[in-house]
Design a protein around this ligand. Structure first.
Ligand SMILES: *[C@@H]1O[C@H](CO)[C@@H](O)[C@H](O)[C@H]1NC(C)=O
Ligand SMILES: *[C@@H]1O[C@H](CO)[C@@H](O)[C@H](O)[C@H]1NC(C)=O
Length: 423
């Protein structure tokens, strides 16, 4: 599996380079790369907004993910989406399929045609021609970059982020160069880079030169406390998948949007299609009147606490929770972990694992009411979720009673819930 992924990555890399040469950068690249702090700050904002935009354009959140997921309780369908008038227009999405061939059977090198566009033609791109408003959660990037708003970002700051980074990504003139410091867990880094390469392909000529450090480990590490003294240095800008209120890590979409083969999860678009199909199998009012959760309870005490809310002979908390055994699943072909068949109950619980959990988007995409156990971490879109609009909040310190109350209320106010109105 790993080898295959690496091959895919290499294919993308070599096509971006236009030839099969190595993805490692050299010092000469750095020399072209010194820029003023203010400029680099602007570029950072720009690239992050573009990346988020690219995700949205691949239908991350525009029609079915967040509002579709929580649409039982959505009153304001626009708050996390583009203007619905735009999303209704027929799409003529620009796609650049890869058409690469092996250079020789004895090597791993692949070569891809050098005929991909090098400039971006918005007039051919229906996703981009319509005037659109950025989703509300885009504003958080300003928050995430605030620590550098006055100082800008210098190369020295970037290099201080190397300590924990898995890789450094440099984009110069539309080509991506990567230096891997430490191989990430499973294929996280490969799929993150794959997303970046698709971005380059999607917006040829539009991605500014940049230089960033990326850490693929779950937990944020840039502690705010260490940078609050008047004479403290600026924090290192470090990208990762989640952060919390005690840290300055900059959040970036997680690898699973582009695929997670180790647990049989597809990239977002086909995965979303599966979930939509799963949603269509049973209409909401015919579903089990419980709150469903399935996952690995051993990764966090709060999840073990949730297990206590399972139905038992003595107690009915309206929760149906199941422990996932990934090793068994792997051996049995993921029959019991198919996400689309997990939209079987009226309510679905999201609870964090050792940090944020990638499961949140799949849970929201199920057409059930999402019950979110108060989270400690955020990722790039979750700060845009509004309680009682997109989800029902569950008290972390009193989970069972809080779940029971939410489920009882939803079941006895079906009309209000199915009318997508809570109060
Ligand atoms: C891929 O390349 C081959 C050989 O150049 C060509 O015959 C084929 O039509 C191409 N396929 C696509 C989808 O462009
Ligand atoms: C919760 O209860 C159901 C039904 O009795 C059972 O199948 C399931 O294994 C239980 N979950 C856990 C984590 O024990």
């Amino acid at each position: 599996m790993k080898e295959h992924n690496m091959q895919v990555q290499h294919r993308y890399l070599s096509s971006v380079h236009g030839s099969g040469h190595s993805g490692h950068f050299t010092d000469t690249i750095w020399r072209q790369f010194v820029m003023s702090p203010a400029k680099s700050y602007v570029l950072f904002s720009f690239i992050v907004v573009l990346l988020l935009g690219a995700l949205v354009s691949t239908r991350l959140l525009d029609s079915a993910a967040l509002d579709g997921g929580a649409n039982r309780v959505v009153t304001d369908r626009k708050s996390l989406t583009f203007d619905p008038r735009i999303t209704k227009k027929p799409r003529n999405k620009i796609e650049y399929p890869l058409n690469c061939t092996a250079a020789g059977s004895h090597t791993h090198t692949k070569s891809c045609p050098g005929t991909y566009p090098t400039s971006y033609a918005p007039e051919e791109d229906n996703d981009a021609t319509s005037p659109s408003t950025c989703p509300e959660y885009f504003r958080w990037i300003h928050e995430d970059l605030r620590p550098w708003a006055r100082t800008g970002i210098t190369r020295e700051m970037v290099e201080r982020a190397r300590k924990t980074a898995n890789f450094r990504l440099v984009i110069v003139k539309g080509k991506a160069y990567v230096e891997t410091y430490t191989k990430a867990f499973q294929s996280r880094d490969t799929f993150t880079l794959w997303g970046i390469l698709q971005l380059l392909r999607r917006y040829p000529g539009r991605i500014p030169d940049l230089d960033l450090m990326f850490d693929c480990v779950d937990w944020p590490v840039v502690l705010r406390n260490a940078y609050c003294a008047p004479d403290a240095p600026a924090p290192p800008p470090l990208f990762r998948y989640c952060a919390n209120d005690q840290t300055y890590d900059i959040v970036f979409p997680d690898w699973s949007f582009w695929g997670w083969p180790e647990v049989n999860i597809k990239s977002w678009e086909p995965q979303l299609k599966d979930l939509e199909e799963g949603n269509g199998r049973i209409k909401w009012s015919d579903r089990e009147p419980y709150a469903y959760w399935k996952g690995n309870p051993t990764v966090a005490p709060t999840r073990q606490d949730l297990m206590k809310c399972n139905v038992s002979e003595g107690q009915e908390w309206n929760a149906r929770v199941f422990a996932q055994d990934w090793i068994k699943e792997q051996q049995e072909g993921y029959k019991q972990s198919d996400l689309a068949s997990q939209c079987r109950d009226r309510f679905k619980i999201y609870i964090e694992g050792s940090a944020w959990s990638v499961s949140e988007k799949y849970i929201l995409a199920c057409d059930s009411v999402t019950l979110i156990v108060t989270p400690k971490y955020y990722d790039f879109y979750t700060r845009g979720l509004m309680p009682l609009h997109h989800y029902w909040p569950i008290n972390d310190h009193d989970k069972c009673r809080s779940i029971k109350f939410a489920v009882d209320w939803g079941n006895s106010h079906k009309k209000k819930v199915t009318n997508r109105i809570i109060v």
